[in-house]
Write a protein that binds this ligand. Sequence first.
Ligand code: NDP
Ligand SMILES: O=C(O)C1=N[C@H](C(=O)O)C[C@H](O)C1
Length: 271
Amino acid sequence: MSDLRLVVVGAGGRMGRMLMRAVTEASGVTLSAALERPGAPVLGEDAGLLAGVGALGVSITDDVDAAFAGADGVLDFTVPKATVAFAQAAARAGITHVIGTTGLSDEDNALIDDAARQTVIVRSGNMSLGVNLLAALVRRAASTLDMEFDIEIVEMHHKHKVDAPSGTALLLGEAAAAGRGIYLKDHAQKVRDGHTGPRRAGDIGFATLRGGSVVGDHTVIFAGAGERIELSHKAEDRGIFARGAVRAALWGRGRAPGLYSMADVLGIRDI
Ligand SMILES: NC(=O)C1=CN([C@@H]2O[C@H](COP(=O)(O)OP(=O)(O)OC[C@H]3O[C@@H](n4cnc5c(N)ncnc54)[C@H](OP(=O)(O)O)[C@@H]3O)[C@@H](O)[C@H]2O)C=CC1
Ligand SMILES: O=C(O)C1=N[C@H](C(=O)O)C[C@H](O)C1
């Protein structure tokens, strides 16, 4: 079988560079194009030199249609507005779209859902094996423990991160809510400030820390009367997300159009 031809968008970003490295290191895939936004300072640079893997002869471009026309899939860790446009372009081109971008609004997600009627889209707030396994464990814990256990989710990321709570924290919140048989949107407590009054029974709370170079730490706390259970994941290297994205693109090959998650890719939806 021929190599899967992948485009990395947001090529100049922290994840973009890591994705280009992961594509060159994985077997069965090849980097067919690397995209940045019009006017980005890295346009015209060699993608491999930018990623620190040696020259690849692939120049960073802003020509979306040309890049997608010569590809089988796109790896996208950028910003919400760009991701929605890439989903629509990927649908037109009929190529797999792997979305790692977080901070997507309900409106953004609805447009992505539309695009997924025409092509394969894998979307996840976290592409690592560890976090997706953690989510399955959180769902199981939440379904086992009664409502006396208060659920709080604490996350810490590097100081450049622009969205909160993190996509992973929300993914873990969704897992906890699913375990309890409730909707996260009805029970999420994302901000506390001032005289808040006592904790509302059944809420799922979020706390956000930002600083330094932290790649991504998440802990889900089940706080009961007289005991506390904590389930944690600590990311030490962005390579775990990039390798997960490549795996998702390979998994998407030949699938029916639709919206999929990393739990589908990893085969852990039902554990
Ligand atoms: N799901 C997961 O496993 C993970 C998700 N993420 C998420 O990925 C996203 C990116 O994170 P990170 O790499 O740290 O952020 P960066 O800001 O380093 O990278 C984003 C890149 O996207 C570029 N970009 C913006 N608009 C466009 C456009 N229209 N076309 C092409 N490129 C564009 C930016 O360019 P410029 O700066 O010039 O505007 C920048 O290079 C975030 O939402 C983050 O939360 C991160 C890690 C793991
Ligand atoms: O912005 C990041 O860096 C990360 N974003 C994702 C998130 O919002 O959860 C995944 C990971 O934690 C790193």
